[in-house]
Design a binder for this molecule. Structure first.
Ligand code: COA
Length: 346
């Protein structure tokens, strides 16, 4: 059953979550399809055609998810022109440690003092899940300004010898500042539609490292890496993203024909083409940067928003439909009208 979280409908109602800043950071090291072919039985053509990726970034081993989060977050705060936030939410599947959460360290490095800070684990839809949590905090009056970060070091959990996953994922970070404000303001997040299906928890999984597999010692080397049933994930991604996006547009009171831009998680260009087709949104209205960064999981949406804004693909007044899907399985979608005067910092 689908669930709708409407930030303007709860007690303490009135405040929406308004996007006021965006920041990103990408590791400088580029890994091309050609680089992967040295090690894997694959080809540049196969990866371009079947996934849509030309290159992805890889973080230096000395650089952690928290490090990248700090870089993106400080840029987002500069973009919003703010020096303080009330809470830091870090969406990631690749935290610095299993314990503690990475967000408190990020908040510390940002010099934010003793603010609330915690991680949100919802795979590739983590950024929208964290945005939904932030919207709830803002609507309830628990916070007036929240930093939402998506950061991933996917290269740490990808088997470099697995051609089913190694070409797909990349490293990077993106962050947004959300502030309490009137719902009618451009930049205000609309109702969030989200959900999960834990019956498919093993469709994208890192088997070792948690409590489930701890009885198996020693762990086999491959179990520390992501295992994915790509074909199955593909089908669920199309179905769930299509439905969540349609429901989010309806919850916002929009016809799909009014949508100017579809901002979809960058996992595979064929997934997003199928979702756009199913929604009746022209493929050209779904900006993409997968060719440059690959699938950066929880960092994907803020990286794409910043890229699209910089390229002029997002213009003030555009009706934007956002949707993401990933491990869990979990998905989320929401809407916003692109605000004027927002310039991402890179
Ligand atoms: N290079 C060359 N061939 C490859 C390959 C690669 N990198 N990866 C798989 N293949 C081969 C397979 O071995 C298979 O060969 P076979 O027909 O001889 O058995 C063939 O290509 C088709 O495999 P399949 O898994 O059906 O390919 P696909 O078209 O589904 O593409 C994915 C594979 C992983 C790219 C695709 O399923 C996908 O993107 N899934 C979603 C992944 C995703 O979004 N994950 C994150 C969620 S956010």
């Amino acid at each position: 059953m689908r669930q709708v979280l409407n930030p303007s409908a709860g007690p303490g109602a009135g405040a929406a979550a308004v996007l006021t800043g965006l920041g990103t950071w990408l590791p400088p090291h580029r890994v091309t399809n050609g680089d992967l072919c040295d090690r894997l039985d694959t080809s540049d053509e196969w990866i371009r055609e079947r996934i849509g990726i030309v290159e992805r970034r890889r973080a230096d081993p000395a650089v952690s998810t928290g490090d990248m989060a700090v870089e993106a977050a400080s840029r987002a705060m500069a973009s919003a022109g703010v020096a303080h936030v009330d809470a830091v939410l870090l969406a990631t599947t690749t935290p610095d440690h299993r314990c503690p959460a990475t967000a408190p360290w990020v908040a510390h490095r940002l010099g934010l003092g003793p603010v609330a800070a915690f991680d949100v684990t919802a795979g590739c839809s983590g950024f929208l899940h964290a945005g939904a949590v932030a919207a709830g905090l803002l609507a309830a009056g628990t916070a007036r300004r929240v930093l939402v970060v998506g950061a991933e070091t996917m290269s740490a959990v990808i088997d470099p010898d697995d051609r089913a996953t190694a070409p797909i994922f990349g490293d990077g970070a993106g962050a947004a500042v959300l502030e309490a404000g009137p719902r009618r303001l451009d930049g205000a997040l609309g109702p969030v539609v989200w959900g999960s299906d834990g019956s498919l928890a093993d469709a994208i999984v890192v088997p070792a490292g948690g409590t489930r597999e701890r009885h198996r010692r020693p762990v086999s080397p491959g179990d520390v890496y992501v295992r994915m049933r790509g074909n199955e994930v593909f089908r669920h991604a199309v179905r769930r993203m299509t439905r969540a996006a349609r429901d989010a547009a309806a919850a916002a009171g929009w016809e799909l024909s009014e949508v100017d831009r579809l901002i979809a998680h960058q996992a595979n260009h064929r997934i997003n083409a199928a979702v756009a087709d199913a929604l009746g949104i022209p493929r050209g209205d779904a900006p993409s940067n997968i060719h440059e960064v690959g699938n950066t999981a929880a960092a994907s949406l803020p990286l794409l928003l910043a890229d699209a804004a910089d390229r002029g693909d997002l213009k003030p007044g555009h009706k934007v439909l956002l949707v993401a899907f990933g491990s869990g399985l979990a998905w989320a979608a929401t809407t916003l009208v692109w605000p004027s005067g927002l310039s991402p910092r890179r």
